[in-house]
Each structure stands twice: as structure tokens, then as C-alpha cells.
Design a protein around this ligand. Structure first.
Ligand SMILES: C[C@@](CO)(OP(=O)(O)O)[C@H](O)COP(=O)(O)OP(=O)(O)OC[C@H]1O[C@@H](n2ccc(N)nc2=O)[C@H](O)[C@@H]1O
Ligand SMILES: Nc1ncnc2c1ncn2[C@@H]1O[C@H](COP(=O)(O)OP(=O)(O)O)[C@@H](O)[C@H]1O
Length: 322
């Protein structure tokens, strides 16, 4: 009898920016306590998981050359974590092929690796026909990285703990962003380490409360949100990459309402008044020669979802936001 091979499953998964990122003190486990507001953006990766005779991982697109393809790729780690969680036999791990099509800059502070891990969990759950709820997948996701659960849910959310404890934030309006990619990525632990160093040597600026940011997001008014964009890691990212100061200035000079370093950087995110302005700002910023690549994006968008495969009519992960 012929074995039935399930069709490959393709999952689209968003990037994120931190509209607000307040970093507390370092914890004993090496992580920092966070209060952050994530927004999922239309700039995305696509991940295909397929049953195959030989295991393998291919990477295409933005930054593909510097993405590890071995066991330390977060997508592979997601395969192992899910297999272990549901007690799948080791032989099945040797029969998974993964293709990553990257749009999200690598080590750019936009959680591209986390996005791929979340997409792999969703894709594999569909490929293996697992009946797993969102909360259960999010539990596995949190073991892979602090940002992975958010990539499952998408939308706009308040993250606490090390960023993995999520509550949805009302944000029904579309915000328009311009993203400036830097020449090279920045290591997240290095940026947190630099913030600890700056704090032990002085008193770098800290962002205020997240409450006004939540209100501005609910209002949908980019003019209200713009002055509230803030990131405690920005000073550390700029300290390690002083050219970001020039990039941040150039975005505002090009017509953005405000700019902020995304997460641990070095990508800078610029909030614009509307879609047309975002296009104009992106063209001017590209011409300013301060960064490697410029992209426009909008948010919020949904989290990881199947776009092609057996389960494509259904979203295996319920969305937090409409
Ligand atoms: C800074 C943020 C902001 O959203 O995103 P990125 O800029 O990396 O995308 C996150 O906190 C990154 O989350 P993620 O990239 O998943 O980090 P993890 O793999 O969990 O941790 C990598 C390392 O970052 C540091 N880390 C991470 C999260 C946290 N709350 N405190 C930390 O100090 C620790 O040194 C940890 O060992
Ligand atoms: N699937 C993946 N895509 C990108 N980077 C990955 C992936 N898996 C592992 N990595 C590693 O994770 C590091 C952080 O990548 P990424 O998640 O893109 O950035 P950030 O943490 O700044 O948001 C990269 O430098 C890379 O070595």
C-alpha cells in the first residue's frame, strides 16, 4: 500500500516593532523584566514545511547568507520543541523539510528568527494534523524565545515578564511605517548588556508609562502616537552603532512624524501620517544614503497563519484582533 504524503504547508508570519519598550532591571536568570507594546507589521517571512525523505532547511531572500541552516536555526528548534511536546517519534524529525523566504532583516530588532519559529509551529501543527489550541502553541513558543509567542498572535499587544506574557491592545486603525535597515545586524544580548553598562555608569533616559501609548493606539491618530514612541534599548543600540543617530534624524527630515529604534535595533521605524506620506518618506530616506535598504509597511496585521496547504481555509491559531 502507498503511504499518503501530506501536501506542504506554507505559513505567512509578520515582523514586529516595539512601539513602546520599557526595560526593568536584570533578573537572576539573565533576562530583563519588560513592559512593551508590540505591533505586528506587514513586512513578513514565509515558511513552508513539508514531509520529505531527507531533512533539510533552505533559506532565501533578505539576509539569507547569514542565517544559520543547522540545528541552531530557530525553525529547527521549533520542530524539536513541538515534536517533544506532543511525543512525536524521533524518526519523524528526519522527515521534515523547511523553506524560509525571508523579508524580515536578520538580527534587525524585528524578530525575524522568532517569526520563523512561530510559523514553523503553526505549519507543523497543520502538517502533522495536531489539534493544538493557541495557548498550548504559545506555551511551546515561549520556550524558544521571548518574542516567539507574539509572532503567533500578531495584532498589537502589551508584553510583560520577559516579553512573553501577552494581553491584546485595542488598535483597530492602520498605522503606516517606514523601516530603515542598517548595513549589519546587532546581537540582542549585546544590546541588553550595553544598556546594563550605560545604567551602571550613569542614568540613560527611560521611557514613561505605557498608558498614554495604549490610548493613542486606540485613537488611531498617528499625530498622538508619534511623540510617545519610546525604547529604553535605543540609547544602547545608538551607543554600539552611532550612525543610527543620523538615520533617525534623516527619517524625520524626510517627513516622518517620529522615528524609533525597533527593539534591540539596528532597524529604525518611522511613523508616517498616511500611506502616501510613507511612500514619499521612503523615497527620500533611500536617497539620503544613511541606511542599506528602506521598506514601507503597515500594522497591525494578524500573526502566523497558513496561506497554502491542507488547512489553508482555517486559521489554526485564533487571531487576537479583527
Ligand atoms: C529586544 C526584543 C524586544 O522585543 O526583541 P529583538 O530586538 O531581539 O527583536 C526582545 O526583548 C528580545 O527577545 P528575543 O530575541 O526573543 O530574546 P531571547 O532569545 O528570549 O533572549 C536572548 C537574550 O536577550 C536578552 N534578553 C531577552 C529578553 C529579555 N526580556 N531580557 C533580556 O535580557 C538575554 O540576554 C537573552 O539571553
Ligand atoms: N530563522 C532565522 N532567521 C533569522 N535569524 C535566525 C534564524 N534562526 C536563528 N537565527 C539567529 O538569530 C539571530 C537573531 O536574529 P533575528 O531574530 O532576525 O533578530 P532580532 O533578535 O534582532 O529580532 C541571528 O543573528 C541568527 O544568527
Amino acid at each position: 500500500m502507498l503511504a499518503v504524503v501530506p501536501p506542504p504547508v506554507t505559513v505567512k508570519v509578520p515582523s514586529k516593532i516595539n512601539v513602546h519598550l520599557s526595560v526593568g532591571e536584570a533578573r537572576k536568570d539573565g533576562y530583563h523584566e519588560l513592559t512593551t507594546i508590540f505591533q505586528a507589521l506587514s513586512l513578513s517571512d514565509e515558511v513552508t514545511v513539508a514531509a520529505a525523505e531527507e531533512p533539510g532547511l533552505e533559506v532565501h531572500g533578505e539576509g539569507a547568507k547569514v542565517v544559520p541552516t543547522g540545528e541552531n536555526n530557530l525553525a529547527w528548534r521549533a520542530v524539536h520543541a513541538l515534536a517533544e511536546h506532543v511525543g512525536r517519534p524521533a524518526a519523524d524529525l528526519a522527515k521534515v523539510r523547511i523553506v524560509l523566504r525571508k523579508g524580515i532583516p536578520v538580527a534587525g530588532g524585528m524578530a525575524g528568527g522568532s517569526a520563523d519559529a512561530a510559523a514553523t509551529l503553526v505549519g507543523l501543527a497543520a502538517l502533522w494534523k495536531l489539534d493544538l489550541g493557541r495557548d498550548e502553541l504559545a506555551h511551546v513558543a515561549a520556550t524558544l524565545g521571548s518574542d516567539v509567542p507574539f509572532a503567533l498572535y500578531g495584532g498589537t499587544a502589551l508584553g510583560t515578564g520577559r516579553g512573553e506574557e501577552l494581553v491584546p491592545v485595542l488598535s483597530r486603525h492602520v498605522f503606516h511605517w517606514v523601516l530603515a535597515f542598517d548595513q549589519r545586524g546587532l546581537s540582542t544580548p549585546r544590546v541588553y548588556g550595553e544598556l546594563d553598562r550605560l545604567r551602571s555608569a550613569g542614568d540613560p533616559p527611560r521611557v514613561g508609562s505605557h498608558a498614554p501609548v495604549v490610548e493613542a493606539l486606540a485613537s488611531g491618530d498617528p499625530h498622538r502616537l508619534a511623540p510617545l514612541l519610546g525604547n529604553d534599548l535605543q540609547a544602547a543600540a545608538v551607543s554600539l552603532r552611532p550612525n543610527l543617530r543620523r538615520t533617525l534624524r534623516a527619517g524625520v527630515d524626510a517627513g516622518a512624524l517620529a522615528g524609533v529604534v525597533s527593539g534591540s535595533g539596528p532597524t529604525c521605524a518611522f511613523l508616517c501620517e498616511d500611506a502616501d506620506t510613507a511612500l514619499r518618506v521612503s523615497a527620500r530616506l533611500a536617497g539620503a544614503g544613511v541606511c542599506r535598504t528602506v521598506r514601507v509597511a503597515h500594522g497591525p496585521v494578524p500573526g502566523a497563519r497558513v496561506v497554502d496547504g491542507d488547512d489553508s481555509p482555517h486559521d489554526p491559531v485564533p487571531r487576537v484582533h479583527a
